[in-house]
Design a protein around this ligand. Structure first.
Ligand code: ZN
Ligand code: ZN
Length: 722
C-alpha cells in the first residue's frame, strides 16, 4: 500500500516458534481483502491493544524472499527516497511473487522422512484428515508443490504441521559448483594493452567494495572487459549482475554474453511474461544463473553469490524510474555493491558529470580505454553553420554534398535527429493555426505514413486534416521529423536503399533485428533515426554521421540538457569509422559559437565535461548540490499551487537555512493529458541536511489535506526538472 507505515498482526494460528523470520511473505487480512505482506519485524508487543490485533492468515514462504542484506538494502532505499516501504518492496519482486506465487521453483520437492514412514500409519483418520491425505500422497512418491496443489488450497499449512512433526522433509538438490564454472565455451579475442591494463586493475579490486568508472570511447571494447570480468568470476563460482538501459535496444550486448558462455543466463526485462520473469528471478536467486542481465529493476534481483555489479552506459537517463518509486538504478547499484561488499563497474563512453566529479574527487577510480582496437580511428567532427547555409527540408547543401561523396566512395551514412514522425507540427499559412493537442500544452506531430496527427506526450491522435479547421486554408507540415528526412533522401538518392530507426519503425517484434541486419549487411546504405541510434549498435561501414540539429539542447531550461546533448552527439558520432575506414561527423547548428558546443568540438567530451562542471559549480547545481522535487498535478489548474503553497509553508517551519525552497512554479509543459502540473524544488549543499529536512517534510506533507483528485510525489535526485 502507498502508506508510509507498518501494520501489526498476530502470528498466524499454528505458527511454530522460530518459523517466522524477516523478509518472508505472509498473507494478511486488510480491510475486506486478503493481501500479501512482507514480514519486517517480529516483536513481543504492539502499540495496538491485543484485542484489536488480527492474526495473519498464513506464512507463504519457508525462507525469506529477501535475505537479511537485501531487506536492509531495500529499507535503506525506502528511507533515502522517502517512499512508502510497501511500494519499494513490491518493486523489488516479480508480479507473481507479489501475488503470492511460490518463491521456489520446480526444484522444490517433498518426501516422507524415516519417522514419517514409520508413524504415518498412526495418524488418526478422523482428527487430521488433511495431514493424513498429505502423508498418504507422499508415501506413494516425492512430490512438487504443483503436484500437492490437488490436496486443496491449504496444503502448505498442512505441510508445515507435518514438517514440524518431523515426518516430511524437502529434497532440494543444491546446485553443484560445476554448473557455474563449466559454463565457458568460446575463448575471447586477444586483449589490447589498454584492455589488459583495465582488467588487471579490476581484478585487483575484486572481492571488496570499490567503484570503477570505466570510461571507454565508443568502440574501445568495454563489453570485452565485462566478459572477462564475468569469466573470472564464473571460475570463482560467483555471479555477475549486468544492468543495461534497455534490453530490446541492446541485443548485441546480450548476444555477446550468450555466445561466450554456456552458463545459464537470466535475462530480466519488461517484455518478459510474468512466468518468464519469475523463472529468471528464481535462477538468479538459486545461483543457477551465473550471469544476470537486466534493466533498471534488475538491481533488486536476489543473488546467491554476488561477485560484481556492472552498470553499462551508466549515463543513460532510463536508469531513473520516472513514476511511483522514483529510484536511480545506477545509484542503487553502488549502494547495493557497498552493502554486499562487491565491486561495481560503471561503464560509458560519455560518463555522467556526477560520476566524473566522483572520480575527480577520488571516490571512484577512473579506468580509461582511449584507443579503438584494430585499425579503427576516431572520426573527424565538423560544423555546418546553418546561419550561412540554408537547410532545405532540414539538410544544408554542404551536408548533402558530403552524403553524396560518402555514398559514391562506398560508405554508409547515418542521419540523426531527435524527432520521430514527419514534422513536429501542422501549420496554417492563412491564419497561423498550429494543430494543438486538446489535452496538453503541446503541438500534435504529423505522421504522414499513417495520415495521423499524434501527441507524443499523452498519446492522443486524430485524422490529419487537409484544410485548416479555422479558415479552410490548405495546411502544411512545418519542421523535420525522421519520416520527412527519409523522404527527402529517397527523392535525392532514388537508387540507394534506406532504413529508418525510430519507435514507429520498430513496433513489431523482429523489426529492430531486421533493420539492424539490413544496415549491417550493407544493403541499406542510409540509416535515418532517433536516439535509438545511440544504443551501442555496431555499424562498421558507416563513414559519415550527420546530426541534423544540435540546437535544442543548448538553450533548455533544464540544467542537464547540455550534458544530454553532448552525450548524444558523442554517442552518435561514435558509430562512424568503427572499422578501418576513417569517419566524418557533421553537426548542423545555428549556434557554432555556443561555448559548450565549442568545447565539445575542440577538446572532446572531456573538455566539454570540464567546462560544464565548472558551470554547474558556479550555479550550484548537482553534483555540487542535492535536489528533491515535489510535484503536484490535478485537473483543476489552481489545486497544485494551493497544495504546493501549503507544502512550502510546512517546509519553512522546519528548516534551518541549509535547505532552500524554490517555487512553486508551473511545470514547463503545465498541462499534460488534461492535468495541470506544478512543482516545488528543494536544494541543499549538504545531502545529510536535505535528508533530515525531507524526513520531517514528508510527515508534514501527509498532514496536508489536498483537494480531491490531486496527486503529489517526491522525487529525490530528479533527473528531469521540466
Ligand atoms: Zn487557418
Ligand atoms: Zn497530448
Amino acid at each position: 500500500m502507498p502508506l508510509r507505515r507498518l501494520f501489526d498482526y498476530l502470528a498466524p494460528p499454528g505458527a511454530v516458534a522460530g518459523e517466522l523470520s524477516r523478509g518472508m511473505r505472509i498473507r494478511v487480512p486488510f480491510g475486506r481483502r486478503r493481501l500479501v505482506g512482507i514480514l519486517i519485524e517480529v516483536a513481543e508487543r504492539s502499540s495496538i491493544p491485543p484485542a484489536k490485533l488480527k492474526p495473519a492468515l498464513e506464512i507463504i514462504d519457508r525462507e525469506p524472499v529477501f535475505d537479511e542484506r537485501l531487506l536492509e538494502f531495500l529499507l535503506w532505499a525506502a528511507d533515502y527516497y522517502h517512499h512508502p516501504l510497501g511500494e519499494v518492496l513490491a518493486t523489488a519482486l516479480p508480479v507473481a511473487l507479489r501475488e503470492g506465487a511460490a518463491a521456489r521453483g520446480i526444484d522444490e520437492r517433498w518426501q516422507l522422512t524415516r519417522t514419517g514412514r514409520d508413524e504415518a500409519a498412526g495418524i488418526p483418520g478422523g482428527r487430521a484428515p488433511r495431514q493424513r491425505a498429505l502423508v498418504e500422497r507422499l508415501a506413494q512418491s516425492a512430490a512438487s508443490p504443483t503436484e500437492l496443489e490437488s490436496l486443496g488450497p491449504r496444503w502448505r499449512e498442512t505441510l508445515r504441521h507435518v514438517v514440524a512433526r518431523g515426518w516430511v522433509e524437502s529434497i532440494e538438490a543444491p546446485l553443484s559448483i560445476a554448473t557455474l564454472s563449466a559454463g565457458i565455451v568460446t575463448p575471447g579475442p586477444n586483449l589490447t594493452d589498454a584492455q589488459a591494463g583495465v582488467l588487471r586493475a579490476l581484478t585487483a579490486a575484486s572481492g571488496k567494495f570499490a567503484v570503477s568508472l570505466l570510461h571507454g570511447v565508443t568502440g574501445s571494447g568495454k563489453t570485452e572487459v565485462y566478459l572477462r570480468v564475468a569469466e573470472e568470476l564464473l571460475h570463482a563460482n560467483q555471479q555477475t549482475l549486468v544492468l543495461v538501459p534497455e534490453i530490446a535496444l541492446t541485443p548485441q550486448l546480450v548476444g555477446r554474453f550468450s555466445e561466450r558462455f554456456t552458463t545459464s543466463l537470466a535475462i530480466i526485462h519488461s517484455s518478459l511474461s510474468e512466468g518468464e520473469r519469475l523463472a529468471a528471478w528464481r535462477r538468479a536467486r538459486s545461483g543457477e544463473a551465473g550471469i544476470v542481465i537486466g534493466t533498471r529493476s534488475a538491481v533488486f534481483t536476489p543473488l546467491a553469490r554476488p561477485g560484481v555489479i556492472i552498470v553499462d552506459e551508466e549515463h543513460d537517463g532510463s536508469y531513473k524510474q520516472q513514476e511511483g518509486f522514483r529510484y536511480s538504478a545506477r545509484d542503487l547499484a553502488i549502494v547495493r555493491a557497498q552493502r554486499f561488499g562487491v565491486p561495481v563497474i560503471l561503464g560509458s563512453a560519455t560518463p555522467s558529470l556526477e560520476s566524473l566529479e566522483n572520480a575527480r574527487a577520488g571516490r571512484y577510480s577512473r579506468l580509461l580505454l582511449p584507443e579503438r582496437p584494430g585499425a579503427a580511428r576516431h572520426p573527424r567532427v565538423a560544423i555546418v553553420d546553418l546561419r550561412h547555409h540554408v537547410a532545405h527540408e532540414g539538410l544544408a547543401t554542404p551536408t548533402v554534398d558530403s552524403i553524396t561523396r560518402h555514398l559514391q566512395a562506398g560508405g554508409q551514412v547515418l542521419v540523426y535527429l531527435n524527432r520521430r514522425g514527419y514534422a513536429p507540427t501542422l501549420f496554417c499559412p492563412g491564419c497561423a493555426w498550429l494543430a494543438p493537442c486538446q489535452a496538453c500544452d503541446a503541438r500534435l506531430t504529423v505522421h504522414l505514413r499513417s495520415q495521423r496527427l499524434r501527441c507524443h506526450h499523452c498519446g492522443a491522435q486524430e485524422a490529419m486534416p487537409l484544410a485548416c479547421p479555422q479558415c479552410g486554408h490548405e495546411v502544411k507540415p512545418v519542421g523535420q521529423g525522421t519520416e520527412r528526412v527519409e523522404d527527402l533522401l529517397r527523392d535525392r538518392y532514388p537508387e540507394v536503399q534506406m532504413a529508418r530507426l525510430d519507435r514507429d519503425s520498430v513496433r513489431r517484434k523482429g523489426d529492430l533485428q531486421s533493420i539492424l541486419s539490413r544496415v549491417a549487411s550493407g544493403e541499406a546504405r542510409i540509416l535515418v533515426g532517433t536516439q535509438m541510434l545511440t544504443k551501442g549498435h555496431h555499424f562498421p561501414d558507416v563513414t559519415l554521421v550527420v546530426i541534423v540539429n544540435a540546437d535544442q539542447g543548448l538553450f533548455s531550461a533544464d540544467f542537464r540538457a547540455s550534458e544530454r546533448l553532448a552525450q548524444t552527439i558523442v554517442q552518435v558520432a561514435g558509430r562512424a569509422g568503427r572499422a578501418s575506414r576513417p569517419g566524418e561527423v557533421l553537426v548542423q547548428t545555428e549556434f557554432p559559437e555556443h561555448p559548450l558546443l565549442k568545447s565539445l568540438l575542440t577538446s572532446g567530451y572531456d573538455g566539454f565535461a570540464a567546462a560544464a562542471l565548472e558551470e554547474r559549480a558556479q550555479a550550484e547545481w548537482p553534483p555540487f548540490s542535492r535536489l528533491a522535487l515535489l510535484r503536484a498535478d490535478a485537473r483543476d489548474a489552481q489545486a497544485p499551487f494551493e497544495f504546493l503553497d501549503a507544502a512550502r509553508e510546512a517546509g519553512n517551519l522546519s528548516q534551518h537555512g541549509a535547505v532552500q525552497l524554490f517555487g512553486p512554479v508551473a511545470a514547463s509543459m503545465a498541462r499534460r493529458a488534461g492535468r495541470h502540473h506544478a512543482q516545488l524544488l528543494a536544494q541543499s549543499r549538504s545531502r545529510a541536511a536535505l535528508h533530515r529536512f525531507l524526513a520531517r517534510w514528508v510527515t508534514a506533507l501527509e498532514a496536508i489535506k489536498p483537494r480531491q483528485g490531486l496527486h503529489w510525489s517526491l522525487d529525490v535526485d530528479p533527473q528531469d526538472l521540466m
